[in-house]
Each structure stands twice: as C-alpha cells, then as structure tokens.
Design a protein around this ligand. Structure first.
Ligand SMILES: Cc1cc2nc3c(=O)[nH]c(=O)nc-3n(C[C@H](O)[C@H](O)[C@H](O)COP(=O)(O)OP(=O)(O)OC[C@H]3O[C@@H](n4cnc5c(N)ncnc54)[C@H](O)[C@@H]3O)c2cc1C
Length: 380
C-alpha cells in the first residue's frame, strides 16, 4: 500500500497550496483528487490581488485578463462607484488552468498526485488508511481541501456549522460588440438579487456572469429568473452560447474545531470564504499555507500541529472572517441604512472594500464604533 506523511484530499487552491508549501520541506506528500486534472470548477475565477500576491510563483501564464479598476453599481439608488489601483485589483483565471498550475508546481517539487481517486472512507488510527475508489492509501496526517461539500469532514465526524449560500454562474458567449463593451470593466451589481449581488467577469473570449445570495431568506429566490433580468441590465440582447453551473459557497467558519482525528480542514471545507463577497480563493490559499507550516513546525507531531494550526488561524484569518460575518449582515440586511451610506460615503465604502481585496487592510475590528460614527455623520 502507498504510504505518505501527509495526504491532501482535493486539488483546489487550498489543497494545492498546502501541497506546494509542504513540498519545500522534504515531507512526503500525496494529493488525492477525484477528478482528472485539469478539471472545471464552478467559480467566477476572480482572483483578488491579496490572493495573487500571496502566490509563491508567477501565475501570469494562466491569467486571462487583469483589471486595475472595478465598478460597483448600487442599482436601487442608481449609483455607480469606480475604484482603481496601480496593481491589478482582480486577475481573471479559469480555475482548471489556475488550480492545475499550482499542482504542477507542487509535483515539480516531488509531491505525488493520485487523480481519478475518489475518497470514500477513512479508517482512523496513528496511521490513517484512506479508502479511495482506486484502492487504499496510508498517511499520518490528512488535510481536507475537498471543498464546500467536504465528504472528508463528514467522514471525520463534523456536523454542519458553516453558513452555506447558493450561487449560480454562467460561462456566456455574446456577440463581438457586446463583448467589446462589457470586457473593458469588471462590475459588481449590489441588490440585483435580494440580499446578494451579481458579477460580470470578462475572460479572454467570454464573460463569467453570476449571482450569489449572501444572506439567505425564508423566501425562495429564483436565481435563473434573476440571471435573465441581469442580462438585460448588462444590455445583452443575444446569447450565442451559455453554460450554467450552480453550486454553493460556505461563508462562515465552522464553530467547533478545524482539526479532529488528525484531519485538518482548509479552504471551503473549513468555511473560510470571505463573508461579504464570498471570494474564497485567497483564504483557501492562506489556510493551505498555514496548515502546511503548522505540520512542518510541529516536526510531524499531531497534537502540536493541531495547536499550531488553531493558533495561526486565530492570529489573523479567523478574527477577520468573524468580523466579515457581522459586516455582511449590516451590508445586505440593513438595506436602507446601507444605501444611505452608499449615497453619502460610497467612495469610502468601495475604497475600503478595494483595500481588503488588495490585502492592504482587513475588516475593522472596531466596526461597531465605526458604524455608529458613520450613521451619525450620515444623518446629521
Ligand atoms: C458560483 C461560484 C462563483 C465563485 N466565484 C469566485 C470568485 O470569482 N473568486 C473567488 O475567490 N472565489 C469564488 N468562489 C469561491 C471559490 O470557488 C471557493 O471558495 C474555492 O474554490 C475554495 O477552494 P478549495 O480548494 O477549498 O476547494 P475547491 O476549489 O472546491 O476544491 C476541492 C477539490 O476537492 C475535490 N474533491 C471533492 N471531493 C473529493 C473526494 N471525495 N475525493 C477526492 N477529491 C475530492 C474536488 O474535485 C476539487 O478538486 C465562487 C464559488 C462559486 C460556487
């Protein structure tokens, strides 16, 4: 039976980044992936600058377009705000190519890849036996980078405690004149769907257009209907070709633990996507690197590795996400207040969000005082 120090389940940005970081240490690592790579992943493919600058190697070969400016539309108050920066705020990637690049870099450093291997079950012990569709693999550590549905977290005994939201994304081909017009800018449309937003992300030859409901309501929302209406807002009268992909994004972290039975959760399986915009690639990369560093620093000691991982998460990522969870409720649910803010401080709001995208600031820890101050300023 094949045996490794660390088995990483899933080759998304979380798992592949963990593999690359571990590969620098001489520890034996395998990535176990159910698909054959490169594989399609439902995603807008918008890599914000904080994610891009955290990459340990150049990714320009898989970047389809770069945007130094973003437009945010507040449709209910007819307001458009543009922010710009000197570095690309958003780089557009197709996830098959982007994820595969990280895996290839890890492989160059000696990481093994078992693709077309679906993890079905695990027998836990000092050495864990991972049962896959193509046979068993043994490893001391398991890193679950197996995405939003995370079968591995379920097998390891986690109950669901993440907030999981639906999102719909279309890869759309439009006539050349529409493509030229729409491919010049990245745009976000707040409130184009109740409690959520829409995006139009230009790729090399097509548009990725999507909608996400950030705060779930009891009322059922027909995302397909809202997508059709969004096409009209974008001025698209003819669609030459479209592929629809629906999936989910976990936008709040698990509330119990991130390590159990020597299984470490990263990326979507842990619930690390940004709670305000559901951007998940950056934190997937960050958490992959943090878990790898924890295992290396522990010198392969399971208890110490778990302690280190929780400590590292608490040093930045988790407090930021927890603040984001609260801010996201203000932003989408207190719509009248938010629109008042957007009218009065729209530039400030959009620039602050852009700074978060750039990795130049995090969500304010004193957000309550800051919101109270702004409300006073907006009213008086
Ligand atoms: C519609 C939509 C649009 C989005 N747009 C953006 C965006 O523009 N920008 C952004 O930053 N984020 C976006 N996200 C979020 C982003 O896609 C995720 O947060 C990110 O992919 C998480 O990475 P991950 O590595 O944790 O998991 P994933 O990328 O989901 O990777 C998980 C991997 O595990 C594999 N796997 C699963 N089960 C098993 C198994 N049993 N055995 C073996 N392998 C398995 C899967 O095949 C997959 O390769 C979007 C999400 C959706 C749904």
């Amino acid at each position: 039976m094949k045996s490794f120090d660390v088995a990483i389940i899933g080759s998304g940005p979380a798992g592949a980044s963990a593999a690359f970081e571990l590969s620098k240490s001489g520890i034996s690592v395998v990535i176990i992936e159910k698909e054959i790579l490169p594989r399609y992943k439902t995603c807008g493919g918008g890599l914000v600058y904080r994610g891009r600058k955290s990459m340990p190697f150049d990714i320009s070969s898989v970047v389809e377009k770069e945007f130094f400016e973003i437009d945010t539309y507040f449709s209910k108050i007819n307001t458009k705000i543009t922010t710009s920066r000197e570095e690309p705020i958003i780089s557009m990637v197709m996830r098959d190519a982007f994820d595969n690049l990280i895996v290839e870099k890890a492989k160059e450093n000696g990481v093994a890849l078992l693709q077309n291997h679906k993890v079905l079950d695990i027998t836990f012990g000092d050495i864990q036996t991972i049962h896959t569709s193509e046979g068993d693999v043994q490893a001391k550590f398991i890193i679950a980078g197996d995405g939003a549905l995370s079968p591995v977290a379920k097998i390891a005994g986690w109950e669901e405690s993440r907030t999981i939201i639906p999102a719909l994304e279309y890869e759309v081909e439009v006539p050349q004149t529409d493509f030229e017009r729409l491919s010049k800018n990245v745009r976000f449309d707040i409130d184009i769907v109740p409690n959520g937003y829409g995006w139009c992300f230009p790729k090399k030859n097509h548009l990725s257009i999507g909608l996400g409901i950030i705060i779930k309501t009891k009322q059922k929302i027909d995302l397909k209907k809202h997508y059709k209406e969004y096409l009209k807002v974008l001025g698209i009268s003819e669609v030459l070709n479209e592929e629809a992909h629906g999936f989910v994004i976990p936008i709040s972290p698990r509330t119990d633990t991130f390590v159990r039975n020597n299984v470490f959760l990263i990326g979507d399986s842990a619930g690390f996507a940004d709670p305000v915009v559901a951007e998940g690639i950056s934190n997937a990369i960050v958490s992959g690197v943090l878990v790898a560093k924890s295992i290396v620093e522990s010198k392969l000691d399971s208890i110490r590795a778990a302690e280190l991982y929780h400590e590292k998460l608490e040093q930045g990522l988790l407090p930021e996400i927890r603040t984001g969870v609260v801010l996201s409720k203000y932003f989408y649910q207190s719509r009248r207040l938010r629109n008042l803010f957007a009218k009065k401080f729209g530039n400030h709001l959009s620039n602050a969000m852009t700074d978060v995208f750039m990795g130049e600031r995090t969500y304010p820890k004193d957000y309550k005082a800051s919101i109270r101050r702004r409300i006073k300023e907006a009213i008086f």
